[in-house]
Design a binder for this molecule. Sequence first.
Ligand code: OSB
Ligand code: MG
Length: 366
Amino acid sequence: MKIESVELVRVELPLVTPFRTSFGTQTRRDVLLIRVLTPEAEGWAECVAGKHPVYSSEYTEGAHRVIADELLPRLPGDVTAASVMPALSGVQGHRMAKATVETAVLDAQLRAAGMSLAHYLGATQSEIVSGVSVGIHDSIPGLLDTVGGYLDAGYARIKLKIEPGWDVAPVAAVRERFGDNVALQVDANCAYARSDIRRLRALDEFGLLLIEQPLPEEDVAGHAQWAAAFDTPICLDESVVSAQAAAEAIRLGACSIVNIKPGRVGGYLEARRVHDVCQAAGVPVWAGGMLETGIGRAANLALAGLPNFTLPSDISGSDRYYQQDLTEPFTVVDGLIPVPTGPGIGVTPIPDVLAELAVRREVVRP
Ligand code: OSB
Ligand code: MG
């Protein structure tokens, strides 16, 4: 395909409720969308970077500039999704930015071919089990209200964000109020040190599905120590930046479950390789989320349809994130969300909504 132009669109979207993690509180998203125009079709993608470089080193404004100034100029005149990453290999890091470019090209390519992303990736599941990620709260009663609301809304699994000082008590309170049958897991976003092991081992009492990324991104060996000491499975998020990183973490015994985020690993093609590596090793996976709008969520749903996605994913209904999503809203019914079936990612921004909410648009001609 020949790319005629690429539009970078910035959208400011308030979250329906502040989302607090061990790395900070988010009240809104600074979203970067890109739209690739080719003679055959247009392609859309959402960059998952946050407004500030606190989950990873990437952030929206940096991704915007690196896409416009460094990535797009390196694309070949005749481009396919498979040729994007090789063309960008001279740029170090910036996986979320690279993933955005690859996804938009892939979306255009699949729309031109009339094929869904789910079919292209090899999805075998037509709906996914929806979990919800619950931020750190100011009080236990407030947390219990929030969790109760999500359970009433039908979510099939609850994930509690934890940090030192907010870990055993909230888990105990949720178990006490809602019982042992609630599928429950926790995510520390790297907030602990190896020396916290004795304190956090108390979580083993609560029958959690998994403990996600307790230690820093680089501390794969520490996760291996913890995995050997805990009864609860250790799952990695931040540490798994590629299929190679996944293979090595598994070989070292650092995790027995993997959270797959396409932005973090540099795109859907690499995300599929992470899936395949884990499947071959007998390690189940689930889809993480980055508070995506419907554009990013649609593509995550396609990936979560692959056969080794056997645990509930962080893919919630639109109304858990935004009062007004950029696409037709996704809704959870009986704890499930359908995988989109239309060509490409299967959705596009609603033009009027985008026109109203866009705060900046830049057109680049390669
Ligand atoms: O660690 O999984 C994470 C959101 C932003 C950054 C990191 C994480 C998250 C979430 C939200 O947990 C999951 C979702 O999108 O529903
Ligand atoms: Mg996480």
